[in-house]
Design a protein around this ligand. Structure first.
Ligand SMILES: *Cc1c(COP(=O)(O)O)cnc(C)c1O
Length: 394
């Protein structure tokens, strides 16, 4: 076993680079990649002690691996948490959280503007196992309160929402959850800990799709749940038993991505704000959704709760689907793909991709109109992004 860095008094920018590093007897400077499924014991007695948790040490990579451990420690440090458990993807993190903390008969209250697969997990898979979900408008605190039942155990919130960037008040919703003796879980994928630390605002657990901003380069899938040791322990035991574990190679890639998290987020948010302002002034644009704009309905809350407005800008072009598709087809720099969180900017038409499986009526009600486009701003020069978008607007 190796010595741990104890760096928790340092700034988050430093933790993103230094926290969790675990060097072997070779004193390597970069985090080592431990591609091994199992670890050996010196004696049978030592093996026995390690398996029942009497002696610390690595046994099997489904639940203990030094590279994965380094990722967990670094993410926990960034979220200001005691502990993190890594998972194979963001969805595996959400699933592990629900499977370990809830049982048949329990009830979830969740914001309605969630990542599509999260909605499917709640209303499909979990409901099949007797866990029901009520979806509410995230900004309507009365609706959260009214949805509580005697069986409510957990609140689930994503803020800002995708693609309309609605911002919900984490502290206020945490209070409502705690009055109901329920836990608040926040999906912090859009902001990353560089912009928002939900645990400090009263949330009990944070889930991540590390696939997005933590990697930052669109390379690997990964996820994590972060929180107090007491809440993470049952989730760890579930991952240990059920196996939705993060691969050491992916953890190693994520660790290098996290080293540049802060500088990427700052630059991507600055470019997003500039792009949002430019779009807002463009005559071919009907409306822009970006928390950093004064015109955003929850601008004041966003600026209180998040460090910056985020890197996702959504906007409605005049002329409906035809105009939106023309813009999408016209881009030569921005990638036509539904992913986000990459240094490469991406553009998506939500009505025909991420939200295509719901009815037109439900889409319109959710504000996913035919002219809506979502740009996840990367690290290219912002003028190149403006020119790329302008090409499709004339
Ligand atoms: C992508 C995403 C997820 C799911 O993460 P995967 O790593 O793709 O499984 C969950 N929540 C949000 C907000 C996401 O954007």
């Amino acid at each position: 076993m190796t010595e741990k860095n104890n760096l928790l008094s340092l700034h988050p920018e430093t933790l993103a680079i230094r926290a969790g590093l675990e060097a072997s007897q070779f004193h390597e400077h970069s985090q080592g990649l431990y591609l091994t499924s199992s670890f050996t014991f010196d004696t049978a007695e030592e093996g026995a002690a390690m398996f029942i948790g009497q002696k610390p040490g690595y046994t099997y990579s489904r639940f203990t691996n030094p590279t994965v451990n380094a990722f967990q420690e670094r993410l926990a440090a960034l979220e200001g948490a005691e502990r993190a458990i890594a998972t194979a993807s963001g969805m595996a993190a959400i699933q592990a959280c629900m499977m370990s903390l809830l049982k048949a008969g329990d009830h979830i209250v969740a914001s309605q503007s969630l990542f599509g697969s999260t909605i499917n997990l709640f209303s499909g898979t979990l409901s099949k196992f007797g866990i029901e979900t009520t979806f509410v408008d995230a900004g309507d605190q009365q609706a959260w309160r009214a949805a509580v039942k005697p069986t409510t155990r957990l609140f689930f919130l994503e803020t800002p929402s995708n693609p309309l960037t609605e911002v919900a008040d984490i502290a206020a919703i945490a209070d409502i959850a705690h009055e109901a003796d329920a836990l608040l879980v926040v999906d912090n994928c859009f902001c990353s800990p560089a912009l928002q630390q939900p645990l400090k605002l009263g949330a009990d657990l944070v889930v991540h799709s590390a696939t997005k901003y933590l990697d930052g380069h669109g390379r690997v899938l990964g996820g994590a749940v972060v929180g107090s040791s007491a809440l993470i322990e049952p989730i760890y035991l579930h991952v240990r038993t059920a196996g939705p574990s993060l691969a050491p190679f992916n953890a190693w890639v994520l660790l290098s991505g996290m080293e540049t998290l802060f500088i990427r987020m700052e630059k991507q948010c600055a470019s997003a704000l500039e792009l949002a302002r430019w779009l807002e002034a463009h005559p071919a644009i009907e409306r822009v959704f970006y928390p950093g704009l004064a015109s955003h309905p929850q601008h004041a809350l966003a600026m209180r709760q998040q460090k910056l407005g985020g890197a996702v800008v959504s906007f409605v072009v005049k002329g409906g689907r035809e105009a939106a598709w023309q813009l999408v087809d016209g881009v030569e720099v921005i990638s036509r793909t539904a992913n986000l969180g990459d240094v490469k900017s991406t553009i998506t038409h939500p009505a025909s991709t991420t939200h295509a499986r719901i009815t037109q009526e439900a889409r319109e009600k959710a504000g996913i109109v035919e002219g809506l486009l979502r740009v996840a701003v990367g690290l290219e020069h912002v003028d190149d992004l403006k020119n790329d978008i302008a090409r499709g607007l004339c």
